[in-house]
Design a protein around this ligand. Structure first.
Ligand code: AMP
Ligand code: GLY
Length: 440
């Protein structure tokens, strides 16, 4: 079979790599892909922008992939799944209405409220309904969010109500473009963050292995928020009891609620959770796709054929399949370009890729492109993700950092402490749990 992957980041390199390993797959197309996908066996980049849904449809009509997997949120929010379905093409991802769970934070918060699913207390505002008096009467810190898609950057954690007011006004003034026309201001939740990602088929869910990312730019979780500077799987914060609780209190009512509202959800569903000091899981956000960089360590551990899981989901029989995971820990370190997460410098040559290919672990590309002269250049903020595997977090970390150290580009920045929370817990780590099966 032929598989089409939509997108060109690190997540999509991992998706393409996972599909290309499948015995059923003859060829993987990636639109548009990057220098990493271009170098994978049985994989071909096609120069179609991931946001140009009309061109993607044309490509799929021509190439007839048996399966398309959508990586990033933007084409999902733009309705690429609906479009493919109406043309009789199998496309794994949520439809446009469902993608609003990520595309509109106000929509997601209202949905959570309607279904009694735990989340931070909140209010929504537009410039016309903004109530500065309400803001000043709240207890800081406050979290101010642009409601629309802002490439992971539209969230400001304000230490004071004055800062929150300034953030709200900046958003109304266009700081995040259209995404900030509507904002959500919510209570700050303390605790430990956890990414909980499932596959859903409208009715059943298959939880993927646990993972955790590192949102802040600098060591010790300091500095500005980013799209993610590293991730690892499994996340020891997720005990069996907590997983059961998340499935029962958050995932099941979400999938059932969406079905009851006439929009059964098919695709990856990523719940960004905060596990409070009280042990209660609360939803920070939904993403309608896999996480980046969580996908890179996650798929490095996936033993089951990903195309089989996606097909089962498209046929509403996720409860019939199981996902097997490598029992080792996988850990990914993001190498970011100079200036990230603000104004990013691009066009720096990446050295050491051949040497990296001989090392254990896997170097996934994100924002890279091959120049006419054959050099591989940086082309955006998050450039590479070095994934290592090991019996424990420390071993995975060692392999990932050896891989990261083998490549160089001017201005590269990466954290030296990816996995620190898991390491701190490692002394209390339990043996790996039995394979997870789908539940209704
Ligand atoms: P979001 O895009 O909504 O996940 O927000 C980005 C990041 O901001 C999250 O990963 C958290 O680290 C942080 N964040 C968002 N909402 C809250 C909240 N209510 N309390 C504490 N931190 C938050
Ligand atoms: N790593 C967080 C995200 O993909 O949204």
């Amino acid at each position: 079979m032929k598989v089409l992957i939509i997108g060109g980041g690190g997540r999509e390199h991992a998706l393409a790599w996972a599909c290309a390993r499948s015995e059923r797959v003859a060829e993987v197309l990636v639109a548009p892909g990057n220098a990493g996908t271009a170098a994978e066996p049985r994989t071909r980049n096609v120069e179609v922008d991931a946001l140009d849904v009309a061109a993607l449809l044309q490509l799929a009509r021509h190439e007839r992939p048996a399966l398309t997997i959508v990586g990033p949120e933007a084409p999902l929010v733009a309705g690429v799944v609906d479009l493919f379905e109406s043309a009789g093409l199998r496309c794994f991802g949520p439809r446009q209405r469902n993608a609003q769970l990520e595309g509109s934070k106000a929509f997601a918060k209202e949905f959570l409220q309607r279904h009694g699913i735990a989340t931070a207390a909140w209010r929504r505002f537009t410039a016309a309904t903004y109530d500065a008096g309400w803001v000043s009467a709240q207890r800081a810190p406050l979290v101010v969010k642009a409601s629309g898609l802002a490439a992971g950057k539209g969230v400001i954690i304000a230490a004071s109500t004055q800062e929150a007011d300034a953030a709200a006004r900046a958003m109304f003034a266009g700081r995040f473009g259209e995404a900030g026309g509507q904002i959500v201001i919510e209570e700050y939740l303390p605790g430990e963050e956890l990414s909980f990602i499932v596959m859903a088929d409208g009715e059943h869910v298959l939880p993927l292995a646990s993972s955790q990312d590192h949102k802040r730019l600098l060591d010790g979780d300091a500095g500005p928020n980013t799209g993610g500077m590293g991730a690892y799987s499994p996340a020891p914060v997720l005990t069996d009891a907590l997983q059961a609780r998340i499935l029962r209190e958050i995932i099941a009512p979400t999938i059932a609620g969406l079905a009851a509202e006439g929009m059964p959800y098919t695709g990856f569903l990523y719940a960004g959770l905060m596990i409070g000091p009280d042990g209660v899981p609360r939803v920070l956000e939904f993403n309608c796709r896999l996480g980046d960089p969580e996908t890179q360590p996650l798929l490095a551990r996936l033993r089951t054929d990903l195309t089989v899981l996606c097909e089962a989901a498209l046929e509403r029989r996720l409860h019939e399949v199981r996902a097997e995971w490598d029992e080792r820990c996988a850990l990914g370190v993001v190498l970011a370009a100079a200036g990230y997460p603000d104004a990013v410098r691009t066009g720096d040559a990446i050295e050491g890729l051949e040497q990296a290919a001989r090392l254990p672990g896997k170097l996934f590309h994100a924002a890279t492109r091959r120049a006419a002269d054959g050099r591989v250049l940086t082309s955006g903020g998050r450039v590479l993700c070095a994934v290592g595997l090991g019996a424990g977090v420390a071993e995975a970390q060692g392999e990932a950092y050896a891989l990261a150290a083998s490549v160089h580009f001017a201005g590269e920045q990466y954290r030296r402490d990816i996995g620190h929370r898991a390491l701190a817990r490692a002394s209390t780590q339990r043996p790996p749990r039995a394979p997870i099966t789908a539940s209704r």
